[in-house]
Design a protein around this ligand. Sequence first.
Ligand code: LIP
Length: 268
Amino acid sequence: MTVDPRELLALAEQMAREAGRLIVDERPRDLGVATTKTSVTDIVTEMDQRAEQLLVDRITTARPDDGILGEEGAARVGTSGVTWVVDPIDGTVNYLYELPSYAVSVAARVGDDVVAGAVVNPVSGEVWTALRGEGAWLDGRRLVLGEPPELAMALVATGFGYDPRRRAAQAAVLQVVLPQVRDVRRAGAASLDLCALATGRVDGYYEQGLKPWDLAAGGLVAAEAGAVVTGLHGRPAGEALVVAARPPLVGALVAVLEGLVADADPLA
Ligand code: LIP
């Protein structure tokens, strides 16, 4: 099957919008926790499961030879070279508590490269899209980051994992970062943090423990808006650490986080 990134983006956006409508319109009044994963606070609701199934069904219908990697267990090796990396509800705890900061994140990867991504906040109606090498948009408006502030004036987003050992290590890093920046924001959904960076609503972002589905679409949006999305010591962004900001601020953030060995695995 042919691979046109624009077609992949159109499908990503269409599916993310549809899944966003599903999780808002069909949320049960008595929504509870269907199951948990890495800890008792790492929850899955029936709507996470239903939204992921919708995404799998749409991908299978439209592009049956593509692979799929989903947060709630969807895992299929394709033959087309395209893999869909999906988070049906990024910010599940916010969704459970009805805090309006959650998203459907859908990315298309060709080989190892994310080439198209869509992030939908179904409460605000905001839709972020990005095409590799061509740009990022919020509701069709092109996103281009301006000169960032110095570290001491930077508003920095971050997040915390579900394992208490990782949270303790993240708190130790935060204790050193917080006095060095303007302030910190913890919104609870990595894809929205990265889109907030792309939109200029925060100046930087860092977090340890992100999975591919947390990072794929939002990371492309941030990168295509002009941010550098990286790990430490020249390593790529990934589960060890994601740091994102427009240069030169990203370098200052990386330096602080390298000094704290913020990419060390507290679960090892
Ligand atoms: C969330 C991440 C967020 C992190 C949360 C949670 P989930 O993903 O997007 O960055 O700080 O703890 O892991 O679990 O809601 O899909």
